[in-house]
Design a protein around this ligand. Sequence first.
Ligand SMILES: Cc1cc2nc3c(=O)[nH]c(=O)nc-3n(C[C@H](O)[C@H](O)[C@H](O)COP(=O)(O)O)c2cc1C
Length: 165
Amino acid sequence: MTRSKTLIIFFSRTGRTRRLAQRLAQLLGADVEEIECPRYRLGLFGWWRYLRAGFNSVQGNVPRIKDLQKNPADYDRILLGTPIWTSYPSLPIRAFLKDTPKLSANVAAFLTYGGQSEPDKAFNMMADMLGQPIKHRLAIKTEDGKLPDMDAKAARFANILESAA
Ligand SMILES: Cc1cc2nc3c(=O)[nH]c(=O)nc-3n(C[C@H](O)[C@H](O)[C@H](O)COP(=O)(O)O)c2cc1C
């Protein structure tokens, strides 16, 4: 059986979703595209950018993101990854979804979150914006800033995706 050609497109501000994306990429042999969004970058004025992220997210004020290096149309499976912001997918992934024509690939999604929200609300918004269903979903709640059992959860998710392919 040939393996699905997989692209993982994700945004991460403080690195948790990035760690999960990298683990899934190893497990699935996937290419990775990290969405870059200078408006919410960490570093100098990081605290201000955090507040701005919250305000903008509530308002649905979608930022500019840098152009992707890879073409989603070259892949037959796409995984979208994001943290939850104010109950919804982070604004940078919303910026990507807003400008993306319907994908021909199978789409799955993963997210990390602090625990104050219902993950399906964010997954459902992603599916709505995309205009196609997202059946396979992985949500990991942080504990003390870490992702508990990330390796085991990622491996289980990767197995589900591989057996569904
Ligand atoms: C602006 C902002 C809003 C957030 N809103 C929520 C929220 O509504 N619910 C929740 O469970 N976590 C919320 N979080 C926490 C993040 O989802 C969580 O820390 C996530 O793991 C961060 O991922 P990252 O390290 O990849 O950026 C928020 C974080 C930020 C920066």
